[in-house]
Design a protein around this ligand. Structure first.
Ligand SMILES: C[S@@+](CC[C@H](N)C(=O)[O-])C[C@H]1O[C@@H](n2cnc3c(N)ncnc32)[C@H](O)[C@@H]1O
Length: 329
């Protein structure tokens, strides 16, 4: 768990779009809000849309109907996106009768039809989730990163990560003997390991580990602030508008504000809107609970009680798998 230490001066939150606003939180349907936003004004649209899974905030419809509604919204998002702007569309699977429909595959043609270009299909990999019994357990979702044109913002240096082997050197050629990496760190690649739980905080006896993430609210499907921070830093500049059309409890808005971008979002459920307001206020007051960007993922040492194979499983059991594993993977 971490709290932001500094008190910041509180900025006003507008309830509808205003060109000179810093923060906009719209309570209502996204189609109503997006009509207020001028053409070519937003640098980054970043969101995790409803997956049509029948969660408490959505009514499930046919996959065709779902995609039709989404394509109407996406056309509007394209309209408000700046020429140098980006869309980051974070999705997982729609599941019906045990069959999975990867939503990114279904969304791709909708974006492509608008002429926007896919720059990365980012894998967001996490360590925990439901244990499937009739298929392999799902441990990733994706972020489709599209740009409106070929002339787009990409601040790679703002999101570099430490190199695994910074001491590596060129072993031949004119640079022989010189460090071969980048002193600012390496490109974070298109596979992002960002936790949905905070293992350092984990009380091993509590089964619902998700509730241990410091950012967890009552919302059933939040994404971590740090996931959005990387998109904000890489794909926008200070003062730019960042828009989350399905903001939930405001995670994207906080990521934008943390890096001095302007933030706007809309949400249909009044309870989530209220939490988003509170989290924004907590951010300004320095009391927001969040997991800082780039904190290393906890690696079990093997000595924790939960890493030990239970006595009653010793034969036959996972001991066999552990013995086969050897020292290095
Ligand atoms: C997957 S959640 C996003 C959660 C968010 N990323 C967060 O971290 O809190 C999708 C959100 O979209 C909202 N939503 C669904 N349909 C909407 C619509 N037509 N207009 C506005 N919000 C909508 C849902 O209530 C839900 O909170």
């Amino acid at each position: 768990m971490s709290e932001l230490p500094l008190f910041r001066s509180i900025k006003p939150v507008e309830a509808g779009f205003k060109p000179d606003a810093e923060i906009v939180i719209f309570s209502g349907d996204v189609s109503e809000f997006v009509a207020q936003v001028p053409d070519n004004s937003v640098a980054l649209v970043v969101t995790s849309p409803p997956y049509n899974l029948g969660k408490e905030y959505e009514s499930r419809v046919s996959i065709e109907q779902y995609l039709k509604t989404q394509s109407q919204l996406i056309a509007q998002l394209y309209r408000i996106l700046r020429e140098d702007g980006s869309i980051c569309w974070q999705v997982g699977n729609f599941v019906e009768n045990g069959e999975i429909y990867p939503l990114d595959i279904l969304y791709y043609p909708i974006f492509k039809e608008l002429g926007i270009k896919l720059r990365n299909r980012i894998i967001w990999k996490f360590g925990h989730g439901l244990h499937a019994s009739k298929r392999f357990s799902g441990r990733y979702e994706t972020i489709l990163w599209f740009t409106k044109s070929d002339n787009y913002i990409f601040n790679l240096d703002a999101v570099r990560v430490p190199a695994k082997y910074p001491g590596k050197r060129h072993f031949k050629g004119p640079n022989k003997g010189k460090p071969s990496g980048n002193p600012l760190g390496k490109n974070p690649s298109d596979v992002w390991e960002i936790l949905v739980q905070d293992w350092e905080e984990l009380v091993w006896d509590i089964p619902n580990v998700k509730s241990n993430h410091p950012e967890k609210t009552v919302h059933p499907c939040q994404f971590p602030i740090e996931l959005v921070e990387r998109c904000v830093l890489a794909l926008t500049n200070t003062g730019d508008w960042v828009f989350d059309p399905y903001m939930g409890v405001g995670s994207s808005l906080i990521a934008a504000l943390m890096h001095d971008r302007r933030a706007m979002g809309c949400e249909r459920e009044a309870a989530y809107v209220e939490i988003a307001h509170k989290r924004v206020l907590d951010y300004f007051n320095g009391t927001l609970r969040y997991r800082p960007m780039g904190r290393p993922v906890y690696q079990p040492t093997g000595k924790e009680k939960v890493s030990q194979v239970p006595e009653e499983w010793k034969e036959p059991s996972q001991v066999r798998l552990l013995e086969q594993r050897g020292e290095y993977e």
